[in-house]
Design a binder for this molecule. Sequence first.
Ligand SMILES: Cc1ncc(COP(=O)(O)O)c(C=O)c1O
Length: 474
Amino acid sequence: MIRTQTGTLSPLDPASKEPFYRQVYVRFRNAIADGRLAPGDRVPSARALATELGLSRGTIEAAYSTLIAEGYFQPRGQAGTFVAPGLKPPLSAPATAEEPLAYAPGTLNMRPVSLLPLQMGLPALDAFPRRLWTRLGARCIRAAQIADMVYPAAHGLAALRGAIATYLQLARGIDCSPSQIFVTSGYRNTLELIVHALLEPGDHVWVEDPGFPPTQLLLQHTNISVTPVPVDEEGLIVAHGIATASRARAAIVTPAHQSPLCMSLSLPRRLSLLEWASKNKAWIVEDDYDGEYRYVGRPLPALKSLDRHGRVLYAGTFSKVLFPGIRLAYLVVPEAQIERFERISQIFSGGGPQLTQAIVTEFLTEGHFARHIQRMRKLYGERRKAAATGLERILGAHMRIEPQPGGMHLVLRMRRGGSDRSLAERIRGHGMYAQALSDWSIGRQVEPALLLGFTNIDSESTAEKLGRRILKLM
Ligand SMILES: Cc1ncc(COP(=O)(O)O)c(C=O)c1O
Protein backbone atom coordinates (compact mmCIF):
# COMPACT_ATOMS: atom_id res chain seq x y z
CA MET A 1 0.00 0.00 0.00
CA ILE A 2 1.19 3.50 -0.75
CA ARG A 3 0.53 5.99 2.01
CA THR A 4 0.03 9.46 0.72
CA GLN A 5 -0.80 12.64 2.61
CA THR A 6 -4.45 11.94 1.94
CA GLY A 7 -4.75 8.25 2.48
CA THR A 8 -3.80 4.98 0.95
CA LEU A 9 -3.43 4.02 -2.67
CA SER A 10 -2.86 0.41 -3.68
CA PRO A 11 0.68 -0.23 -4.94
CA LEU A 12 1.70 0.27 -8.55
CA ASP A 13 2.67 -2.75 -10.59
CA PRO A 14 5.98 -2.31 -12.44
CA ALA A 15 5.34 -5.53 -14.41
CA SER A 16 1.98 -4.32 -15.73
CA LYS A 17 1.56 -3.39 -19.40
CA GLU A 18 -0.46 -0.44 -18.14
CA PRO A 19 1.68 2.74 -18.13
CA PHE A 20 2.36 4.25 -14.70
CA TYR A 21 0.33 7.39 -15.35
CA ARG A 22 -2.68 5.19 -16.02
CA GLN A 23 -2.11 3.11 -12.91
CA VAL A 24 -1.96 6.27 -10.82
CA TYR A 25 -5.11 7.55 -12.52
CA VAL A 26 -6.99 4.30 -11.84
CA ARG A 27 -5.89 4.20 -8.21
CA PHE A 28 -7.14 7.71 -7.55
CA ARG A 29 -10.45 6.96 -9.25
CA ASN A 30 -10.85 3.85 -7.14
CA ALA A 31 -9.92 5.69 -3.96
CA ILE A 32 -12.62 8.25 -4.73
CA ALA A 33 -15.18 5.63 -5.74
CA ASP A 34 -14.80 3.63 -2.54
CA GLY A 35 -14.68 6.67 -0.29
CA ARG A 36 -11.01 6.64 0.75
CA LEU A 37 -10.78 10.08 -0.79
CA ALA A 38 -13.70 12.40 -0.23
CA PRO A 39 -14.88 15.40 -2.25
CA GLY A 40 -12.92 18.45 -1.11
CA ASP A 41 -9.87 16.42 0.03
CA ARG A 42 -6.55 17.88 -0.97
CA VAL A 43 -4.36 15.49 -2.98
CA PRO A 44 -0.55 15.53 -2.82
CA SER A 45 1.26 17.83 -5.21
CA ALA A 46 2.52 16.12 -8.37
CA ARG A 47 6.07 16.77 -7.22
CA ALA A 48 5.51 15.24 -3.75
CA LEU A 49 3.75 12.18 -5.11
CA ALA A 50 6.39 11.70 -7.81
CA THR A 51 9.10 11.69 -5.12
CA GLU A 52 7.06 9.34 -2.94
CA LEU A 53 6.48 6.86 -5.76
CA GLY A 54 9.89 7.25 -7.41
CA LEU A 55 8.29 8.33 -10.69
CA SER A 56 8.83 11.35 -12.87
CA ARG A 57 6.75 14.41 -12.15
CA GLY A 58 5.47 14.31 -15.77
CA THR A 59 3.94 10.87 -15.13
CA ILE A 60 1.98 12.12 -12.16
CA GLU A 61 1.00 15.28 -14.02
CA ALA A 62 -0.35 13.17 -16.89
CA ALA A 63 -2.55 11.24 -14.43
CA TYR A 64 -3.69 14.45 -12.74
CA SER A 65 -4.51 16.09 -16.07
CA THR A 66 -6.83 13.23 -16.93
CA LEU A 67 -8.47 13.34 -13.51
CA ILE A 68 -8.92 17.09 -13.91
CA ALA A 69 -10.23 16.73 -17.46
CA GLU A 70 -12.78 14.20 -16.31
CA GLY A 71 -13.93 16.32 -13.40
CA TYR A 72 -12.54 14.20 -10.54
CA PHE A 73 -9.91 16.70 -9.47
CA GLN A 74 -10.07 20.45 -9.27
CA PRO A 75 -6.88 22.51 -9.49
CA ARG A 76 -6.90 25.61 -7.28
CA GLY A 77 -3.64 27.28 -8.22
CA GLN A 78 -1.30 27.85 -5.27
CA ALA A 79 -3.73 26.20 -2.86
CA GLY A 80 -3.13 22.82 -4.54
CA THR A 81 -5.26 20.18 -6.21
CA PHE A 82 -8.43 18.83 -4.62
CA VAL A 83 -10.97 16.10 -5.18
CA ALA A 84 -13.79 18.03 -6.87
CA PRO A 85 -16.15 19.19 -4.11
CA GLY A 86 -19.33 18.45 -6.07
CA LEU A 87 -18.56 14.75 -6.61
CA LYS A 88 -20.98 12.27 -5.14
CA PRO A 89 -19.05 9.07 -4.40
CA PRO A 90 -19.34 6.33 -5.34
CA LEU A 91 -19.17 7.74 -8.87
CA SER A 92 -19.08 4.43 -10.59
CA ALA A 93 -17.81 0.95 -10.00
CA PRO A 94 -14.10 1.17 -9.25
CA ALA A 95 -12.00 0.92 -12.41
CA THR A 96 -9.42 -1.82 -12.71
CA ALA A 97 -6.05 -1.21 -14.25
CA GLU A 98 -6.84 -3.76 -16.94
CA GLU A 99 -10.18 -2.26 -17.86
CA PRO A 100 -9.90 -0.19 -21.02
CA LEU A 101 -11.76 3.07 -20.57
CA ALA A 102 -14.96 2.65 -22.51
CA TYR A 103 -16.06 6.18 -23.25
CA ALA A 104 -19.61 5.40 -24.15
CA PRO A 105 -21.60 8.62 -24.38
CA GLY A 106 -22.39 9.53 -20.84
CA THR A 107 -19.13 8.41 -19.32
CA LEU A 108 -16.95 10.72 -21.36
CA ASN A 109 -16.80 14.07 -19.66
CA MET A 110 -17.71 16.55 -22.40
CA ARG A 111 -16.91 19.46 -20.14
CA PRO A 112 -13.53 19.22 -18.44
CA VAL A 113 -13.28 21.80 -15.69
CA SER A 114 -9.91 23.12 -16.76
CA LEU A 115 -8.47 24.53 -19.98
CA LEU A 116 -6.44 21.89 -21.79
CA PRO A 117 -4.56 22.24 -25.09
CA LEU A 118 -6.80 21.35 -28.06
CA GLN A 119 -9.90 21.30 -25.90
CA MET A 120 -13.10 21.33 -27.93
CA GLY A 121 -16.04 23.60 -27.44
CA LEU A 122 -14.24 26.51 -25.79
CA PRO A 123 -13.96 29.97 -27.30
CA ALA A 124 -10.58 31.78 -27.30
CA LEU A 125 -10.61 32.60 -23.61
CA ASP A 126 -7.39 34.63 -23.84
CA ALA A 127 -9.10 37.00 -26.27
CA PHE A 128 -12.18 37.72 -24.17
CA PRO A 129 -12.35 41.44 -23.30
CA ARG A 130 -12.11 40.94 -19.55
CA ARG A 131 -11.33 44.52 -18.71
CA LEU A 132 -14.45 45.74 -20.49
CA TRP A 133 -16.44 42.97 -18.83
CA THR A 134 -15.19 44.06 -15.41
CA ARG A 135 -16.15 47.65 -16.17
CA LEU A 136 -19.67 46.68 -17.24
CA GLY A 137 -19.98 44.38 -14.23
CA ALA A 138 -18.97 47.14 -11.81
CA ARG A 139 -21.43 49.50 -13.46
CA CYS A 140 -24.26 46.97 -13.17
CA ILE A 141 -23.50 46.32 -9.50
CA ARG A 142 -23.47 50.04 -8.75
CA ALA A 143 -26.75 50.54 -10.62
CA ALA A 144 -28.51 47.65 -8.86
CA GLN A 145 -31.58 48.68 -6.86
CA ILE A 146 -33.23 46.89 -3.96
CA ALA A 147 -35.89 45.79 -6.44
CA ASP A 148 -33.20 43.93 -8.43
CA MET A 149 -32.55 41.67 -5.43
CA VAL A 150 -35.86 39.85 -5.50
CA TYR A 151 -36.40 36.62 -7.48
CA PRO A 152 -35.56 37.19 -11.14
CA ALA A 153 -38.25 36.57 -13.77
CA ALA A 154 -38.38 32.86 -14.61
CA HIS A 155 -38.36 33.52 -18.35
CA GLY A 156 -35.39 35.87 -18.22
CA LEU A 157 -34.70 39.55 -17.68
CA ALA A 158 -37.07 41.59 -19.88
CA ALA A 159 -34.22 43.81 -21.14
CA LEU A 160 -32.12 40.80 -22.08
CA ARG A 161 -35.00 39.14 -23.92
CA GLY A 162 -35.43 42.35 -25.90
CA ALA A 163 -31.71 42.60 -26.68
CA ILE A 164 -31.58 38.97 -27.83
CA ALA A 165 -34.60 39.50 -30.12
CA THR A 166 -32.86 42.48 -31.76
CA TYR A 167 -29.61 40.57 -32.15
CA LEU A 168 -31.34 37.56 -33.71
CA GLN A 169 -33.15 39.74 -36.20
CA LEU A 170 -29.92 41.40 -37.36
CA ALA A 171 -27.47 38.53 -37.13
CA ARG A 172 -29.48 35.38 -37.76
CA GLY A 173 -32.43 36.64 -39.79
CA ILE A 174 -34.94 35.57 -37.13
CA ASP A 175 -38.06 37.65 -36.74
CA CYS A 176 -39.28 37.22 -33.16
CA SER A 177 -40.67 39.23 -30.27
CA PRO A 178 -39.07 39.31 -26.78
CA SER A 179 -41.98 37.26 -25.40
CA GLN A 180 -40.94 34.36 -27.64
CA ILE A 181 -37.56 34.26 -25.90
CA PHE A 182 -36.86 32.20 -22.79
CA VAL A 183 -33.52 32.61 -21.08
CA THR A 184 -32.10 29.31 -19.80
CA SER A 185 -28.99 28.09 -18.02
CA GLY A 186 -27.57 26.26 -21.05
CA TYR A 187 -28.52 24.02 -23.95
CA ARG A 188 -29.44 21.10 -21.71
CA ASN A 189 -31.85 23.29 -19.77
CA THR A 190 -33.31 24.53 -23.07
CA LEU A 191 -33.82 20.98 -24.29
CA GLU A 192 -35.34 19.97 -20.98
CA LEU A 193 -37.96 22.73 -21.29
CA ILE A 194 -38.76 21.61 -24.84
CA VAL A 195 -39.16 17.98 -23.75
CA HIS A 196 -41.47 18.95 -20.88
CA ALA A 197 -43.51 21.33 -23.00
CA LEU A 198 -43.91 19.41 -26.25
CA LEU A 199 -43.00 15.75 -25.91
CA GLU A 200 -44.25 12.73 -24.04
CA PRO A 201 -42.43 9.63 -22.81
CA GLY A 202 -42.22 7.12 -25.67
CA ASP A 203 -42.20 9.78 -28.40
CA HIS A 204 -39.67 9.26 -31.17
CA VAL A 205 -37.19 12.02 -31.95
CA TRP A 206 -34.66 12.17 -34.79
CA VAL A 207 -31.12 13.03 -33.81
CA GLU A 208 -28.13 13.40 -36.10
CA ASP A 209 -25.73 10.47 -36.33
CA PRO A 210 -22.96 11.22 -35.52
CA GLY A 211 -24.24 13.91 -33.20
CA PHE A 212 -23.71 15.77 -29.93
CA PRO A 213 -23.80 13.04 -27.23
CA PRO A 214 -25.56 15.14 -24.53
CA THR A 215 -28.63 15.48 -26.78
CA GLN A 216 -29.06 11.75 -27.05
CA LEU A 217 -28.37 11.24 -23.33
CA LEU A 218 -30.86 13.83 -22.18
CA LEU A 219 -33.58 12.38 -24.40
CA GLN A 220 -32.92 8.87 -23.13
CA HIS A 221 -33.09 10.05 -19.54
CA THR A 222 -36.48 11.59 -20.18
CA ASN A 223 -37.76 8.38 -21.78
CA ILE A 224 -37.83 9.73 -25.30
CA SER A 225 -36.99 7.24 -28.00
CA VAL A 226 -33.96 8.32 -30.02
CA THR A 227 -33.99 7.67 -33.78
CA PRO A 228 -30.49 8.18 -35.22
CA VAL A 229 -30.58 9.71 -38.70
CA PRO A 230 -27.31 9.68 -40.65
CA VAL A 231 -25.68 12.78 -42.08
CA ASP A 232 -23.77 13.22 -45.34
CA GLU A 233 -22.03 16.21 -46.93
CA GLU A 234 -25.38 18.08 -47.06
CA GLY A 235 -26.16 17.44 -43.40
CA LEU A 236 -29.06 15.40 -42.04
CA ILE A 237 -30.40 12.92 -44.61
CA VAL A 238 -34.03 13.95 -44.22
CA ALA A 239 -35.27 11.26 -46.64
CA HIS A 240 -33.70 8.63 -44.38
CA GLY A 241 -35.53 10.00 -41.37
CA ILE A 242 -38.82 9.99 -43.28
CA ALA A 243 -38.23 6.45 -44.52
CA THR A 244 -37.43 5.08 -41.05
CA ALA A 245 -39.53 7.18 -38.66
CA SER A 246 -41.87 9.53 -40.49
CA ARG A 247 -44.14 9.79 -37.44
CA ALA A 248 -41.41 11.08 -35.15
CA ARG A 249 -42.54 13.98 -32.96
CA ALA A 250 -39.40 16.05 -33.42
CA ALA A 251 -36.01 16.38 -35.07
CA ILE A 252 -33.00 17.93 -33.36
CA VAL A 253 -30.53 19.40 -35.81
CA THR A 254 -27.42 21.58 -35.98
CA PRO A 255 -27.99 23.24 -39.39
CA ALA A 256 -25.26 25.92 -39.31
CA HIS A 257 -22.39 23.55 -38.59
CA GLN A 258 -23.35 19.97 -38.04
CA SER A 259 -22.01 18.83 -34.70
CA PRO A 260 -19.36 17.37 -34.96
CA LEU A 261 -18.68 17.20 -38.74
CA CYS A 262 -19.27 20.93 -39.39
CA MET A 263 -21.05 20.79 -42.77
CA SER A 264 -24.10 23.04 -43.23
CA LEU A 265 -27.56 21.68 -43.85
CA SER A 266 -28.21 22.38 -47.54
CA LEU A 267 -31.17 24.52 -48.61
CA PRO A 268 -33.08 21.61 -50.24
CA ARG A 269 -32.67 19.60 -47.03
CA ARG A 270 -33.79 22.58 -44.94
CA LEU A 271 -36.91 22.88 -47.06
CA SER A 272 -37.75 19.20 -46.97
CA LEU A 273 -37.23 19.10 -43.19
CA LEU A 274 -39.61 22.04 -42.76
CA GLU A 275 -42.13 20.43 -45.10
CA TRP A 276 -42.00 17.13 -43.19
CA ALA A 277 -42.46 18.96 -39.88
CA SER A 278 -45.42 21.02 -41.01
CA LYS A 279 -47.12 18.05 -42.69
CA ASN A 280 -46.66 15.83 -39.63
CA LYS A 281 -47.12 18.50 -36.98
CA ALA A 282 -43.64 17.62 -35.77
CA TRP A 283 -41.16 19.99 -34.10
CA ILE A 284 -37.70 20.95 -35.28
CA VAL A 285 -35.18 21.94 -32.64
CA GLU A 286 -32.48 24.08 -34.24
CA ASP A 287 -29.37 23.88 -32.07
CA ASP A 288 -27.46 26.95 -33.27
CA TYR A 289 -24.57 26.75 -30.85
CA ASP A 290 -21.89 28.41 -33.01
CA GLY A 291 -23.65 29.58 -36.18
CA GLU A 292 -21.76 32.90 -36.06
CA TYR A 293 -18.43 31.24 -36.74
CA ARG A 294 -18.16 30.68 -40.44
CA TYR A 295 -14.91 31.41 -42.24
CA VAL A 296 -15.93 30.95 -45.87
CA GLY A 297 -18.49 33.51 -47.02
CA ARG A 298 -21.03 34.97 -44.64
CA PRO A 299 -22.79 33.12 -41.80
CA LEU A 300 -25.90 31.39 -43.16
CA PRO A 301 -29.29 32.59 -41.93
CA ALA A 302 -30.82 30.33 -39.32
CA LEU A 303 -33.26 27.58 -40.30
CA LYS A 304 -35.74 29.37 -38.03
CA SER A 305 -35.73 32.29 -40.49
CA LEU A 306 -37.47 30.01 -43.03
CA ASP A 307 -40.08 28.75 -40.58
CA ARG A 308 -43.47 29.82 -41.97
CA HIS A 309 -45.59 27.36 -39.99
CA GLY A 310 -44.29 27.80 -36.45
CA ARG A 311 -42.57 24.41 -36.21
CA VAL A 312 -39.00 25.48 -35.32
CA LEU A 313 -37.69 25.98 -31.80
CA TYR A 314 -34.41 27.84 -31.92
CA ALA A 315 -31.79 27.08 -29.24
CA GLY A 316 -29.03 29.66 -28.88
CA THR A 317 -26.27 29.86 -26.28
CA PHE A 318 -23.76 32.40 -25.00
CA SER A 319 -21.22 29.64 -24.33
CA LYS A 320 -19.36 30.03 -27.60
CA VAL A 321 -19.87 33.71 -28.31
CA LEU A 322 -18.99 34.81 -24.75
CA PHE A 323 -17.70 32.00 -22.52
CA PRO A 324 -19.26 28.79 -21.19
CA GLY A 325 -18.80 29.62 -17.51
CA ILE A 326 -21.50 32.25 -17.94
CA ARG A 327 -24.18 29.55 -18.12
CA LEU A 328 -26.67 31.54 -20.16
CA ALA A 329 -28.54 30.32 -23.20
CA TYR A 330 -31.96 30.97 -24.71
CA LEU A 331 -34.80 29.42 -26.56
CA VAL A 332 -37.03 31.04 -29.17
CA VAL A 333 -40.45 29.41 -29.34
CA PRO A 334 -43.11 29.78 -32.04
CA GLU A 335 -45.64 32.45 -31.17
CA ALA A 336 -48.46 29.95 -30.68
CA GLN A 337 -46.39 28.13 -28.03
CA ILE A 338 -45.58 31.10 -25.80
CA GLU A 339 -48.23 30.35 -23.19
CA ARG A 340 -47.31 26.70 -22.96
CA PHE A 341 -43.63 27.57 -22.45
CA GLU A 342 -44.49 30.24 -19.89
CA ARG A 343 -46.25 27.58 -17.83
CA ILE A 344 -43.42 25.08 -18.20
CA SER A 345 -40.74 27.64 -17.48
CA GLN A 346 -42.55 28.68 -14.26
CA ILE A 347 -42.37 25.05 -13.16
CA PHE A 348 -38.85 24.13 -14.24
CA SER A 349 -36.80 27.36 -14.39
CA GLY A 350 -35.17 28.74 -11.30
CA GLY A 351 -34.51 31.95 -13.23
CA GLY A 352 -31.01 33.04 -14.27
CA PRO A 353 -28.79 35.25 -12.08
CA GLN A 354 -30.02 38.84 -12.37
CA LEU A 355 -26.58 40.43 -12.35
CA THR A 356 -25.13 38.22 -15.10
CA GLN A 357 -28.15 38.86 -17.28
CA ALA A 358 -27.81 42.59 -16.69
CA ILE A 359 -24.15 42.56 -17.74
CA VAL A 360 -24.90 40.56 -20.89
CA THR A 361 -27.70 43.00 -21.72
CA GLU A 362 -25.26 45.91 -21.56
CA PHE A 363 -22.74 43.98 -23.61
CA LEU A 364 -25.33 43.45 -26.32
CA THR A 365 -27.02 46.81 -26.34
CA GLU A 366 -23.80 48.83 -26.34
CA GLY A 367 -22.56 47.05 -29.46
CA HIS A 368 -19.68 45.18 -27.75
CA PHE A 369 -21.22 41.82 -28.60
CA ALA A 370 -21.32 42.39 -32.36
CA ARG A 371 -17.77 43.74 -32.27
CA HIS A 372 -16.55 40.81 -30.18
CA ILE A 373 -18.07 38.27 -32.56
CA GLN A 374 -16.52 40.02 -35.54
CA ARG A 375 -13.10 40.00 -33.87
CA MET A 376 -13.46 36.35 -32.89
CA ARG A 377 -14.53 35.33 -36.39
CA LYS A 378 -11.33 36.85 -37.75
CA LEU A 379 -9.18 35.39 -34.97
CA TYR A 380 -10.69 31.91 -35.32
CA GLY A 381 -10.15 32.04 -39.08
CA GLU A 382 -6.45 32.67 -38.36
CA ARG A 383 -6.19 30.13 -35.56
CA ARG A 384 -7.99 27.51 -37.59
CA LYS A 385 -5.48 27.97 -40.39
CA ALA A 386 -2.49 27.98 -38.02
CA ALA A 387 -3.70 24.88 -36.19
CA ALA A 388 -4.49 22.99 -39.40
CA THR A 389 -1.14 23.91 -40.99
CA GLY A 390 0.94 23.08 -37.90
CA LEU A 391 -0.83 19.78 -37.20
CA GLU A 392 -0.79 18.78 -40.86
CA ARG A 393 2.97 19.36 -41.05
CA ILE A 394 3.61 16.91 -38.21
CA LEU A 395 0.73 14.49 -38.48
CA GLY A 396 -0.05 14.69 -42.22
CA ALA A 397 1.20 11.18 -42.95
CA HIS A 398 -1.20 9.74 -40.36
CA MET A 399 -4.10 12.16 -40.40
CA ARG A 400 -6.17 13.91 -43.03
CA ILE A 401 -7.51 17.25 -41.87
CA GLU A 402 -10.86 18.10 -43.36
CA PRO A 403 -11.34 21.72 -44.31
CA GLN A 404 -14.63 22.79 -42.74
CA PRO A 405 -16.26 26.09 -43.56
CA GLY A 406 -17.06 26.85 -39.95
CA GLY A 407 -17.09 25.72 -36.35
CA MET A 408 -14.53 25.70 -33.57
CA HIS A 409 -12.77 22.38 -33.99
CA LEU A 410 -10.90 20.35 -36.59
CA VAL A 411 -11.75 16.85 -37.70
CA LEU A 412 -8.62 14.74 -38.23
CA ARG A 413 -9.36 11.48 -40.05
CA MET A 414 -6.99 8.65 -39.21
CA ARG A 415 -5.58 7.58 -42.58
CA ARG A 416 -4.49 4.17 -41.42
CA GLY A 417 -7.49 3.29 -39.31
CA GLY A 418 -7.03 2.13 -35.72
CA SER A 419 -8.97 3.07 -32.63
CA ASP A 420 -9.75 6.75 -32.33
CA ARG A 421 -11.06 6.06 -28.82
CA SER A 422 -7.81 4.73 -27.50
CA LEU A 423 -5.77 7.42 -29.24
CA ALA A 424 -8.02 10.13 -27.79
CA GLU A 425 -7.69 8.53 -24.38
CA ARG A 426 -3.89 8.50 -24.63
CA ILE A 427 -3.95 12.15 -25.65
CA ARG A 428 -6.12 13.01 -22.64
CA GLY A 429 -3.77 10.95 -20.49
CA HIS A 430 -0.90 13.18 -21.56
CA GLY A 431 -2.34 16.48 -20.52
CA MET A 432 -4.03 17.46 -23.80
CA TYR A 433 -7.58 17.01 -24.93
CA ALA A 434 -9.17 15.15 -27.83
CA GLN A 435 -12.42 13.45 -28.53
CA ALA A 436 -12.96 10.42 -30.73
CA LEU A 437 -15.54 10.67 -33.49
CA SER A 438 -16.62 7.12 -32.59
CA ASP A 439 -17.90 8.45 -29.27
CA TRP A 440 -20.26 10.74 -31.17
CA SER A 441 -21.75 8.06 -33.39
CA ILE A 442 -24.88 6.24 -32.35
CA GLY A 443 -25.92 3.50 -34.70
CA ARG A 444 -23.22 3.38 -37.32
CA GLN A 445 -19.55 2.68 -37.47
CA VAL A 446 -17.69 5.84 -38.45
CA GLU A 447 -14.27 6.31 -39.98
CA PRO A 448 -11.96 6.86 -37.00
CA ALA A 449 -11.17 10.52 -36.43
CA LEU A 450 -10.07 12.93 -33.74
CA LEU A 451 -11.95 16.09 -32.87
CA LEU A 452 -9.55 18.83 -31.76
CA GLY A 453 -10.44 22.36 -30.70
CA PHE A 454 -8.37 25.06 -32.41
CA THR A 455 -9.66 28.24 -30.82
CA ASN A 456 -6.99 28.36 -28.11
CA ILE A 457 -4.09 27.48 -30.45
CA ASP A 458 -2.26 30.75 -30.89
CA SER A 459 0.29 29.86 -33.60
CA GLU A 460 1.53 27.27 -36.05
CA SER A 461 4.46 26.50 -33.79
CA THR A 462 2.14 25.74 -30.85
CA ALA A 463 0.20 23.43 -33.16
CA GLU A 464 3.43 21.75 -34.28
CA LYS A 465 4.53 21.20 -30.68
CA LEU A 466 1.20 19.60 -29.84
CA GLY A 467 1.34 17.60 -33.08
CA ARG A 468 4.72 16.18 -32.00
CA ARG A 469 3.31 15.18 -28.62
CA ILE A 470 0.42 13.42 -30.37
CA LEU A 471 2.75 11.74 -32.87
CA LYS A 472 4.61 10.06 -29.99
CA LEU A 473 1.32 8.53 -28.85
CA MET A 474 0.42 6.98 -32.22
C1 LIG B 1 -23.81 20.77 -30.39
C2 LIG B 1 -23.86 21.69 -29.22
N1 LIG B 1 -25.02 22.21 -28.86
C3 LIG B 1 -25.12 23.06 -27.82
C4 LIG B 1 -24.02 23.40 -27.09
C5 LIG B 1 -24.15 24.42 -25.98
O1 LIG B 1 -24.26 23.91 -24.75
P1 LIG B 1 -24.28 24.89 -23.51
O2 LIG B 1 -25.28 25.96 -23.77
O3 LIG B 1 -24.69 24.00 -22.38
O4 LIG B 1 -22.90 25.40 -23.33
C6 LIG B 1 -22.78 22.86 -27.40
C7 LIG B 1 -21.61 23.16 -26.60
O5 LIG B 1 -20.56 22.59 -26.72
C8 LIG B 1 -22.70 22.00 -28.51
O6 LIG B 1 -21.51 21.48 -28.90
